[in-house]
Design a protein around this ligand. Structure first.
Ligand SMILES: [Fe+2]
Ligand SMILES: [Fe+2]
Length: 455
């Protein structure tokens, strides 16, 4: 039943995207030539859809993030693409046909999603204008190639100033290709290309926050802005639950280094760790890291304690929605406990009632759906465990991480995240090193007499 619903909504999504391109082609013909011809519309749309449906739809359906949050990711792909096509239609009509540039959409899509999606958007863009430019595919390739370069240099941008590289390299390559393919040898054309590309990066930076807000798909620049510790949620966490705040910072360091080791998204990992326990601002004293002497769980039944613990995940999710945090951060909040059983309370429940039903003590889940979320789960458990130890030794930590991994595997918590055993082995050493470095003991300084240091 559920499968049928998702395949129905998938089909609807494809139809919507096909309709968008049909509307766009009608708009294009009316704008450029002030007429509407059946022959052009049929020919244009047939070729466009022959490119779109088998290639773009197929590749995107295999992408993990598109499968997880179809609407958000299609929004992040389509909004910049359509906007850039419309802007370039005006450039085509009123400025210079050689000034067409993929920079706006390719830059934004590569920053929001990934390199491959950036290249695909450049492919759609260049096919669209190649068709308009007298069905000239050689011209489409000239528009496409700078797009690939732009996607490549844009994928790792973490600071605004770095958008200068896609601008510079994209403009140079575009000028060079137009020149050697003999489309233009006019200096004015080349100046227009540089000017249009420059406008492209300015508009991109201007609209990026809006696209992020609408789609909840964030670039690293947007994520870093959220993680500047001045975010109202993080400030509230630091005031109401300082223990959890400190725990989150430690987990962020561990996660950052382990995600880097497997080539994942380190910025997403770090900011996800900052926010993962944000739900603990509701009743912070029910969580050990914030307790001093009293434990309020002593007065509660194990079942009620379990509900309180569940609520830190659910309330975290509510806050993520309310503050429009990135959709992947919401996932990390929801998935960091997976569907694990709260063993302490379950044991207490069995001892007091004699009943056995672990389902009552499971976190709501789901289990982690991507690598960063799964490693957050592992770092979260390891940090909490390390806090209980008096002496941290590499051997002790190594053994306990092995035990955690084994039980997470056994419980099926790592089944859907895509992490391989090889990757897990790799990051074990990194987690241990970071934990030991963070917990190093300070040497005690000898106390000197004041008269000994007086001048
Ligand atoms: Fe938690
Ligand atoms: Fe945590």
């Amino acid at each position: 039943m559920e499968k049928k619903v998702t395949s129905d909504s998938k089909q609807k999504g494809v139809i919507v995207r096909v309709l968008i391109f049909i509307v766009l082609s009608v708009f294009t013909e009316l704008l450029l030539w002030k007429k509407l011809t059946f022959a052009f519309q049929i020919r244009f749309n047939l070729i466009m859809m022959a490119v779109w449906i088998p290639i773009i739809e197929l590749i995107m359906s295999y992408k993990r993030y598109f499968r997880l949050h179809r609407q958000n990711y299609w929004g992040a792909f389509m909004l910049p693409l359509i906007l850039n096509i419309v802007i370039n239609l005006f450039i085509f009509k009123y400025l210079n046909i050689f000034g067409l540039t993929t920079i706006l959409s390719t830059l934004i899509i590569s920053m929001l999603i990934d390199f491959e999606s950036g290249v695909l958007s450049a492919f759609v863009f260049s096919t669209f204008f190649g068709l308009l430019f007298g069905f000239d595919f050689r011209y489409a390739i000239i528009v496409f190639i700078p797009g690939v370069l732009i996607a490549f240099v844009s994928q790792k941008i973490t600071r605004r100033i770095e958008i200068f590289f896609p601008f510079l390299l994209g403009s140079l390559l575009q000028t060079f290709l137009l020149y050697i393919f003999g489309y233009s040898r006019n200096t004015l054309d080349f100046i227009i290309i540089v000017a249009v590309n420059f406008m492209g990066i300015l508009v991109s930076m201007g609209i990026l926050p809006f696209i992020e807000y609408i789609t909840r798909v964030y670039s690293d620049i947007g994520l870093l802005e959220l993680g500047n510790l001045n975010h109202p949620l993080l400030r509230e966490l630091s005031m109401k639950a300082p223990g959890t705040y400190y725990h989150s910072m430690l987990v962020a360091n561990m996660l950052d280094s382990s995600v880097e080791y497997i080539g994942g998204r380190t910025v997403l990992a770090r900011i996800g760790a900052y926010f993962h326990d944000i739900g603990k601002t509701w009743k912070p004293l029910f969580f050990t890291e914030n307790q001093k002497d009293e434990n309020p769980h002593d007065k509660l039944s194990p079942k009620l304690s379990s509900l309180v613990l569940d609520y830190h995940v659910r309330y975290g999710q509510e806050l993520a929605k309310k503050y429009r945090l990135p959709i992947l951060i919401e996932d990390m909040i929801v998935q960091h406990q997976g569907t694990r059983v709260k063993q302490y309370f379950y044991k207490k429940y069995m001892e007091t009632t004699g009943n056995k039903n672990p389902e009552l003590f499971r976190y709501p889940g789901p289990v982690p759906q991507f690598k960063e979320a799964a490693l957050l789960m592992l770092c979260d458990i390891t940090e909490a465990y390390a806090r209980t130890l008096k002496d941290l030794t590499p051997a002790k930590l190594s053994e306990s991480i092995d035990n955690f991994l084994q039980s997470l595997y056994f419980e099926g918590q790592l089944d859907e995240c895509g992490l391989t055993v090889k990757e897990l082995k790799k990051i074990k050493g990194t987690i241990i090193r970071t934990l030991l470095a963070m917990n190093h003991k300070r040497i005690t300084y000898p106390k000197l007499d004041e008269k000994d240091i007086k001048r």
